[in-house]
Design a protein around this ligand. Structure first.
Ligand code: ADP
Ligand code: MG
Length: 704
């Protein structure tokens, strides 16, 4: 007996059963567009719309026009050229003139469909081909009342693929399916917002919005539909994040750090090497308030490279110590952990604080002792890498966890730290990669955010220059002058895993070239495939100025601090992303010397690469750069977004819809402010939606 699984709702029906689909097309839809059910198709929104309200006369057409619509008859068809480079030219005429239509592909198929003396609606982009006005690969519909009805007005454009097109599922084909679908399911499209919200926010009802997003009845309606659906998506995302945050604040107790005592006071009075900036003071106050509130702190500290986050973290750790707690500070790489350890030790060298380092290279015998000291509470601050989250590491009183460069830690790893206590420690996440506000609101929407928006005084802004490869000798003599003044330089090569071998070759070649060009200087080389001990040795030589030029890959990208280095030369800069370039640039400008960042590229470089380099030359502001980065790449390629659920967004775009997002967040927090548990009858729909989302999406956002 065959078991027939009945779908829970009509929307879960396999797409195969939609009229006009069937097994072959449904297989292609699944493979090519990930459309398996009615619902998947419904949420497959057009990526743009074209205005087909007007039919132009041929004599009005010129090559500068965008997509336009004509109406006419075919008078002449000619196929020419050798078999594999064939082209088809077709003449179209109306009462005002003649225009050429042109095909380079699919000629067999198109030519069979075209018939003389038949009127067609032709839609495409005019251009000029060898001085003649033509439209290449236009879409053609026979001029019938039904077709005219279908194409007129604003027409949606859906993305499609060659495979789907061969099954007649081009954009028009998909539009036809959407029509069929909408008429079938319209009554299933229940409202997801309570009436009071619809009214207050003047939102278009869901049913109407779904119809208008696929089959807009005018520009005004389309705008309303888009707003409604974007708002819905962002509102529920924010509601969920904020609900989780409130839940956690209610259910999870935090340690109360009530005092500021000798550790903080002694350090502040006697050992603080420079006055704190106003921004540093402000974020320390924010953090202190959190840690004294009885709630568990979950705070993101963001600040551009060099803004002085480490010192803020240190002061917070001293507060924990004053209250009898231990701290741990976690970094994503051994180099960084080692460096943090050195920095903290230097800051604390005259204070009675026990600080230690644990990394993958810590010897087993040494580890055993450290583990014991953590368990009996003697060891107060431990710095380390992932080695810290192994189960056998136990603390007596872990009170504060500082995580540096958090996007490199997976959600699970953070969760394991969290579980080390009955009462969870306070968590301070630091990131030197400024993130655009919209991303911060979503990626870290359930964290509180502190921002250091001020640099320590006395810094001279880094000068950034773009040079072509052909100017290498000029660049080298410039570097020579700086070295003669006693400065040091980085030379960075790209290192992208897929092309590892050629990248290593380039690096080694560059290293040899630099050695030849700078015979009077010591040159070092560093890349990710070298052993850690070897890298560390090289880094140390560079820090001590025993090496003047360090030729390296992006292993030095984050955190490395050698203030005497004042030049960074980035080879093949067109291959780096914006935030990576900005991070690399942050390796210089760490002292009172004028620093330089030189971006080298070949003359040929893509449009995006040009844009990235122009932005780098134009600004040093990490926040501005991150906004541009989001705009250029979209959220999918930004750090940390993969695991966040942001990529599930179907219609909202974080780079473009920041205004909608801000509004959604405000409204969501108003709703929760009035009704924390969403227990009021008027909010019943909201609660149901959240439960549904929890079921579908799992619980990632509860962990941080
Ligand atoms: P980041 O925020 O990139 O981690 P760091 O904490 O490494 O920055 O600080 C960069 C440099 O600035 C360090 O050498 C640090 O000692 C110094 N610094 C931090 N705070 C101040 C301050 N208030 N005044 C002057 N220098 C500071
Ligand atoms: Mg840092």
């Amino acid at each position: 007996m065959a078991i027939v699984l009945k779908p829970a709702t009509l929307l879960d029906t396999p797409i195969e059963y939609l009229k006009g689909v069937g097994p072959l097309r449904s297989e292609a839809l699944g493979k090519e567009l990930n459309i398996h059910t009615f619902k998947d198709l419904l949420y497959f929104y057009p990526f743009r719309y074209v205005d087909r309200t007007r039919i132009y006369k041929i004599k009005e057409v010129n090559a500068e026009m965008p997509f336009i619509q004509l109406c006419g008859k075919i008078t002449h068809v000619e196929i020419s050229g050798p078999k594999r480079k064939q082209r088809m030219e077709v003449d179209l005429v109306d009462s005002t003139g003649r225009i050429q239509l042109m095909w380079f592909q699919g000629i067999n198929w198109v030519s069979k469909k075209l018939r003389p003396d038949t009127e067609y609606i032709v839609f495409g982009k005019p251009s000029s081909f060898r001085g003649i006005l033509t439209i290449s690969h236009p879409s053609m519909e026979e001029m019938t009342m039904e077709n005219l009805e279908m194409v007129k007005g604003l027409q949606p454009v859906y993305s499609s693929t060659e495979t789907l097109k061969s099954k007649s599922l081009d954009s028009n084909g998909i539009m036809k399916l959407q029509r069929t679908l909408l008429s079938k399911i319209e009554n299933e499209l229940t409202e997801t917002f309570p009436t009071y919200m619809l009214e207050k926010l003047r939102l278009m009802p869901r049913k109407e919005a779904m119809r208008n997003i696929h089959l807009p009845s005018g520009i005004e309606k389309l705008n309303q539909a888009q707003f409604r659906l974007k708002f819905e998506e962002l509102f529920y995302m924010q509601l969920r994040l904020l609900r989780n945050k409130t839940d956690r604040e209610v259910t999870v107790k935090g340690f109360i750090f009530s005092k500021v005592d000798t550790y903080v006071n002694d350090f502040y009075r006697s050992y603080l090497p420079f006055p704190l900036t106003e921004a540093q003071k402000r974020v320390i106050r924010e953090i202190r308030t959190d840690m004294g509130s009885g709630k568990q702190m979950n705070r993101l500290l963001q600040g551009d490279v060099g803004s002085g986050k480490t010192l803020v973290a240190l002061l917070c750790m001293l507060i924990a110590l004053d209250n009898g707690f231990q701290c741990c500070m976690m970094a994503p790489t051994e180099i960084l952990a080692t460096q943090h350890f050195a920095t903290l030790k230097e800051f604390l060298k005259d204070m009675p604080v026990r600080v230690a380092l644990i990394t993958g290279s810590t010897k087993e015998s040494a580890r055993k002792i450290l583990h014991e000291e953590l368990e009996n509470g003697q060891l107060q601050i431990i710095v380390g890498t992932h080695a810290l989250i192994e189960d056998r590491v136990k603390f007596k009183h872990l009170g504060l966890v500082v995580i540096d460069e958090q996007h490199r830690f997976g959600v699970n790893q953070r969760a394991r730290l969290w579980q080390k206590n009955d009462t969870p420690p306070h968590i301070l996440v630091m990131t030197a990669t400024p993130i655009p506000r919209t991303l911060a609101m979503t990626l870290y929407g359930d964290l509180d955010v502190s921002t250091i928006d001020e640099m320590p005084p006395g810094r001279i802004p880094i000068k950034t220059l773009h040079k072509f490869d052909t100017k290498r000798s000029e660049v080298f003599s410039f570097i020579k002058k700086e070295l003669q003044k006693g400065r040091q330089a980085y030379v960075i090569y790209p290192f992208i895993e897929e092309s590892e071998n050629s990248d290593i070759e380039n690096l080694v070649h560059g290293y040899e070239e630099i050695q030849k060009a700078f015979p009077g200087n010591a040159v070092g080389m560093m890349h990710g495939r070298m052993k850690f001990a070897e890298r560390e040795r090289t880094m140390k030589l560079f820090a001590e100025n025993k090496i003047q030029i360090l030729v390296a890959t992006t292993v030095i990208e984050v955190g490395v601090n050698v203030p005497n280095a004042s030049i960074i030369l980035i080879e093949s800069a067109q291959r780096f992303g914006l935030s990576q370039l900005h991070q690399l640039r942050g390796r210089v400008g760490r002292s009172t010397y004028q620093s330089f960042c030189i971006l080298m590229t070949p003359y040929e470089r893509g449009v995006d690469a040009r844009a990235r380099i122009n932005i780098m030359v134009a600004t040093n502001d990490g926040f501005q750069i991150s906004e541009e980065d989001l705009r250029l790449r979209g959220p999918g390629d930004m750090m940390g977004t993969q695991q966040s659920g942001i990529l599930d967004l179907k219609i909202a775009n974080l780079a473009k819809d920041s205004a909608v997002l801000r509004q959604a967040r405000i409204i969501a927090s108003e709703v929760l402010g009035e009704d924390k548990k969403l227990g009021l009858e008027k909010n019943r729909l909201l609660l149901e939606q959240l439960r549904q989302m929890d079921k579908e999406k799992g619980d990632w956002s509860r962990i941080s």
